[in-house]
Design a binder for this molecule. Structure first.
Ligand SMILES: Cc1cc2nc3c(=O)[nH]c(=O)nc-3n(C[C@H](O)[C@H](O)[C@H](O)COP(=O)(O)O)c2cc1C
Ligand SMILES: CCCCC(=O)C(=O)O
Length: 389
């Protein structure tokens, strides 16, 4: 049975009869400011910050804001079903939680709490390679929920092989390979505070628990933690990789593989030729290339190029239910959500993440209905106009 996401609206009003109001704002764009007030400047700067002067993060928002929905009337939207087919699975809504590393800088319950929230709301959780908790522990927290694993494609092939083996053994079924972070970008907010979570030992849990990684260290982590962190920083990603290298991942992973960070239609075509199953059109939430094309502006070109062969997902800048609608109208099958759930976690742990998911999907459900759609299938580019003013 289809889940009635919009009912959250009346749950909130009914709770109000006893004087209760939501613990966090229902306009998710307010979460960043609240997080700024409550958490330390280093962690908040890391999560909220972007590459360069922030131009890409702003462009992501502008590209979504510029597109406006044209609602249609009298189309029977009484019964709605938000489910979508993605990578051979049925998702109850077109949403997954994006891989966000180092979540313990936001909340001590970190990835297990976010993963439990996603599981409770039946939304896939994509666990980052740069998790602050080893993948086996996060998998355990997830029960029988959908598990997707994000790979930072290490220089050391044996570390990659070991990560894939561990992820398979822990029940992760979809592999999301991030291509846009072969190097960490110029991030002034972090540079100005000289703050990088990894140097505080956060985000290395999968590596420090990995036999292949540990065998590359001259001394055990506890004897020389700084050397271990520097070894991680030098090997977690590999600027030398090229398209033919994908064959190694295809050989070592049985399930679907999705390439994250694709913005050019030709790269999307190469992904299809390499036997991949999907792409995420993403500029990493504006955290990598300053001055980059906005993700929403890149989306239609990628959909045109490979939409009939690959599942095209989208992230970067999604903050509201109407953003989800717009991404679907531009051709995405589903969206990933990044910072807002990290803020929800920081402000209220697992409950905060559940709040964020429920608000976003309730608002999306209502946007669909009020725009004349009973589900994602009928949403298309004809539902949008571009505001050129
Ligand atoms: C604090 C933080 C950590 C992130 N860590 C990762 C990561 O480990 N792997 C990855 O592929 N993307 C990572 N991302 C990028 C997200 O997966 C996603 O692409 C981005 O946050 C989407 O944009 P949004 O934050 O505007 O929703 C991270 C983003 C943030 C904010
Ligand atoms: C080493 C980078 C991992 C975290 C990340 O992807 C981000 O901060 O955007």
């Amino acid at each position: 049975m289809a889940k009635h996401w919009a009912d959250f609206q009346y749950e909130i009003y009914l709770n109000g009869m006893t004087g209760a109001v939501p613990r966090l704002p229902t306009d998710l764009t307010r979460l960043e400011e609240l997080t700024e007030q409550r958490l330390g400047p280093g962690p908040v700067g890391y999560v909220a910050g972007s590459a360069g002067n922030g131009s890409t993060a702003r462009a992501n928002r502008a590209a979504l804001d510029r597109r406006r929905i044209v609602p249609r009337m009298l189309r029977d939207v009484h019964e709605r079903d938000l489910s979508v087919e993605v990578l051979g699975r049925t998702l109850p809504a077109p949403l997954a939680l994006a891989p966000v590393g180092v979540l313990s800088i936001m909340h001590p319950d970190a990835e297990p709490a976010a993963a439990r929230a996603a599981a409770a709301q039946s939304v896939p959780f994509i666990l980052s390679s740069a998790s602050s908790t080893p993948m086996e522990q996060v998998a355990e927290a997830m029960g029988d929920a959908e598990r997707w694993f994000q790979l930072y494609w290490a220089k050391d092939r044996e570390v990659t092989r070991s990560f894939l083996e561990r992820a398979k053994a822990s029940g992760f079924s979809v592999l999301v390979v991030t291509l846009d972070t072969p190097l960490l970008a110029w991030r002034p907010r972090d540079l100005d505070q000289a703050y990088l979570p990894f140097l505080h030992g956060v985000g290395t849990a999968n590596y420090f628990s990995d036999p292949a990684f540990l065998s590359g260290l001259a001394k055990p982590v506890h004897e020389d933690p700084n050397a271990a962190v520097l070894h991680f920083v030098g090997m977690f990603a590999d600027p030398g990789k090229t398209w033919p290298d994908l064959a190694f991942l295809r050989e070592n992973w049985d399930g679907p593989i999705v390439l994250k960070g694709v913005l050019h239609p030709d790269d999307a075509r190469r992904a299809a030729e390499a036997g991949m199953d999907g792409v995420v059109v993403s500029n990493h939430g504006g955290r990598q290339v300053a001055g980059s094309v906005a993700a929403a502006d890149a989306l239609p070109g990628v959909v045109d190029a490979v939409g009939d062969r690959l599942d095209v997902l989208f992230d970067s800048g999604v903050r509201t239910g109407d953003d989800v609608f717009k991404a679907l109208a531009l051709g995405a099958r589903a969206v990933l959500l990044g910072r807002p759930y990290a803020y929800g976690l920081g402000l209220d742990g697992q409950a905060g993440v559940e709040h964020v998911i429920r608000c976003l999907l309730a608002e999306f459900d209502l946007t669909l209905a009020l725009s004349g759609h009973a589900g994602p299938a009928t949403v298309g580019v004809a539902d949008l106009v571009e505001d050129t003013a």
